[in-house]
Design a binder for this molecule. Structure first.
Ligand code: FE2
Length: 240
């Protein structure tokens, strides 16, 4: 029965004890935190909310942002001074473009040994992109598709073929997709994929204070809260 005293399930409460596998807090390399001071503020807020570990996953997109490669990102990460208590690590969010395979054949920034976070264009995809992902898995890497619920081609109803293709890989839910932060279609799609048990991992995709503010303001149902909480154990396994 509804009660005014019923506990609210804030998205931010999911962060308690969580190991995050998706954020843009390596300063000055993409559309995330612009400088080290800002990253320190965001990391402090996340630590206060209970985050224990976090992979920095800067965008690697050919010709976009600073277009840094793995070696340069490793150098930037090594130079980042951090004195908090979060276990910070470096991976990347790879855009599936014509340079993707080159990156995979080199020294890719993986999580938990061999897991690669990969993203599609928001609006379109090609079957070729799925071939690329399939070939990558043959080479021994595992793909984690970032926020599938945000892609237009996944949101569209009746696209079972696409759903079958994305299901070949591990899927990562963006927490804020559950709030409408990424639009109502993404919210609906996230709820559906969560209900169907499709997700393996959860991430904050934090770029700025706005993301953390939204997590602190937004609530979800107890059912959704519990389903997302259950994914946190998988996240943790990538920090072994
Ligand atoms: Fe991201």
């Amino acid at each position: 029965m509804f009660s005014f005293f019923e506990k609210k399930n804030y998205i931010a409460d999911i962060l308690d004890g969580m190991y995050d596998i998706h954020c843009h807090l390596l300063p000055g390399v993409d559309d995330g935190s612009p400088n080290a001071e800002h990253s320190a503020v965001l990391l402090k807020r996340l630590e206060d909310l209970g985050i224990r570990g976090i992979y920095f996953t800067p965008h690697i997109i050919n010709g976009t942002y600073r277009s840094l490669g793995e070696a340069e990102l490793r150098t930037e990460f090594a130079a980042f001074r951090y004195d908090g208590n979060i276990d910070i690590r470096l991976a990347a969010e790879y855009f599936i473009d014509d340079r993707f395979q080159e990156h995979m054949a080199g020294s890719p920034l993986a999580m938990g040994g061999n897991n690669i976070l990969a993203e599609f264009s928001m609006s379109g995809y090609s079957l070729h992109a799925f071939d690329i992902l399939f070939e990558t898995t043959i080479s021994g890497l595992e793909i984690i598709i970032a926020h599938p619920e945000r892609y237009y081609f996944v949101q569209e109803r009746g696209r079972d073929k696409v759903i079958k293709l994305i299901r070949q890989h591990q899927l990562q839910l963006n927490l804020l997709s559950l709030t409408g932060f990424h639009g109502s279609a993404a919210k609906k799609c996230a709820e559906r994929l969560l209900e169907e048990g499709r997700y393996s991992f959860v991430g904050t995709d934090t770029h700025s204070n706005t993301y953390i503010d939204a997590m602190q303001k937004s609530t979800v149902s107890k059912k959704i809260f519990d389903k997302v909480n259950a994914l946190k154990e998988n996240n943790r396994s990538l920090f072994n």
